[in-house]
Structure formats: C-alpha cells, structure tokens
Write a protein that binds this ligand. Structure first.
Ligand SMILES: O=C(O)[C@H](CS(=O)(=O)O)OP(=O)(O)O
Length: 247
C-alpha cells in the first residue's frame, strides 16, 4: 500500500489516483459524523460555508437538520452544534444532516479528488482499518485547526499508521506518517485497559482540546476518545455536495 499522510490539508494535494482519502478531525467533525451515522442518521451533506448550508436546506426536504459550528459554538438558527452528545438516535434517526464546520468540512473539500473518501475518528478506528486493508493507495488528511497542525488529529493518523504497519507492506510518501506514528507511540503506545482515559487526557493537552475546554465543551473530549465505540465507517456516497452515509 502506498501511504500518504498530510498533517494539514494544505501540505500536499489529494490526487485523483488516490484510492481512499481518510479525513481526520477528531475534535470534532469526524467524531460527530461517526456518532450520528452509528445512531441511525441517513446521511451527511457537507459544505464549507454557513450560507451554502442554508441554501442546501432550502432545496432539500423539510426533514433535514442544519448542523455545525463556528468558534466551536452552535450557529444561529441551526438545529444542532458540533458535539457528539447532540446526535442521539432519537434526534437523528433517518434524518439527513447538513454539516458545516470550521476545519472538518474544509478538509473534506480538500480531499474530494480521491476515488473514495471516508471519515475517521477514534470512535471507529478498527472499522476504518478494515475498510483500508485492500486499498492500493491511501491518503490520511488531518484537518488541523485554523491552518495549524493539531496533536489530536496527528495522534489518530499515528494510530492508523501504526496499525497499518503491522498489517500490510507500506510505501510511505513523505515523512508525516513517521512523525504521526512517533507521537502515537510516545503518547499512547503502552495500550492497556485505561487507554480511553489516557487518550482523553492527551486530547485535553492538544490545541483542539484546549479550545473546547475554553468554551465549556470539556466533556466532549471523553466522547471523542472512546476507541472503537462504533463499528461504522462514514463513506462518501455522492459528490456536489460531498455526502456521507454507511455503505
Ligand atoms: O467545533 C469544533 O470542534 C471545531 C472548532 S475549531 O476547530 O476550534 O475551529 O471545529 P472542527 O471543524 O470540527 O474542527
């Protein structure tokens, strides 16, 4: 497998020859997408701007929910923010969700040239690895925060790289994969039964985690650190807009 990791979307383009792009925004867009689809949501239509989201809602059926955040907080007039806690089955089951977030939906747009695209979080780590096993070329795209590399996304990229190393022959493009794996090994390498607690602590140390703590969303860190809570992989099922469902 040829494996490319970009610690930010801007580091290198996702090529149209890439089999699978894996978008990573641990805090919190891809954790929200995983949670909602696992809880029965029908699909996520993703877009980059608030205006685009509102326009999309007008052309869609009345049952759609407007979702997302700006500066980590719910957007005026939207139905849901960007906390996994809001996406329970009683709220999202069978619903179409339109999502715009600061970094996550930007990373999705940046990865759109790939033949296939999936959303990864710690919540679906093992399921994502099963999805990647037979791909010839994979590009992990870390969303970062406002154009800066963030440890929480690098950590998940490192966890994926570490597992792929033990499962398939890897041909690395660039050194981002090595850096990510080193961070995962140094911070989380021992495994053990307290892994989710230690991951929550690490997320609290990351830029994305500190941002969330500052605005009162500390409880979301544990919600995004529950490794393998779900066995679903959000997969792009349509383009224009990039739409994710469960295949
Ligand atoms: O709401 C979030 O979790 C973040 C906000 S930001 O990264 O601090 O701008 O948005 P996301 O696009 O999910 O990273």
């Amino acid at each position: 497998m040829q494996l490319t990791v970009s610690l930010l979307p801007s580091i290198r383009p996702v090529l149209s020859t890439t089999d699978v792009a894996v978008v990573i925004d641990v805090l919190r867009a891809t954790s929200v997408m995983t949670t909602a689809l696992a809880n029965g949501a029908k699909e996520f239509l993703t877009c980059q701007s608030v205006d685009e989201a509102r326009e999309l809602a007008q052309t869609h059926d009345a049952d759609v929910l407007l979702c997302g955040e700006r500066h980590c907080k719910p957007i005026d007039g939207f139905d849901l923010g960007n906390s996994p806690a809001e996406y329970s089955s009683d709220v999202v089951q069978y619903r179409s969700l339109i999502l715009t977030t600061t970094n996550g939906t930007f990373a999705i747009a940046a990865a759109q040239n790939a033949r296939a695209m999936v959303a990864a979080s710690f919540l679906n780590l093992s399921a994502v690895l099963v999805r990647l096993r037979d791909a010839d070329s994979v590009h992990l795209v870390c969303a970062g925060t406002n154009g800066e590399i963030t440890a929480e996304d690098v950590l998940l990229a490192g966890a994926i790289v570490d597992r792929l190393f033990s499962e398939v022959n890897l041909e690395l493009v660039g050194d981002d994969a090595i850096l990510a794996r080193e961070l995962w090994t140094a911070w989380m390498g021992e495994g053990g039964s307290d892994q989710n607690e230690r991951l929550t602590q690490r997320l609290a140390e990351s830029q994305g985690g500190r941002n969330l703590i500052d605005v009162g969303y500390e409880a979301d860190l544990a919600r995004c650190a529950a490794i393998d809570l779900f066995d679903v992989v959000p997969e792009r099922v349509a383009t224009t807009p990039n739409t994710f469902g469960i295949l």
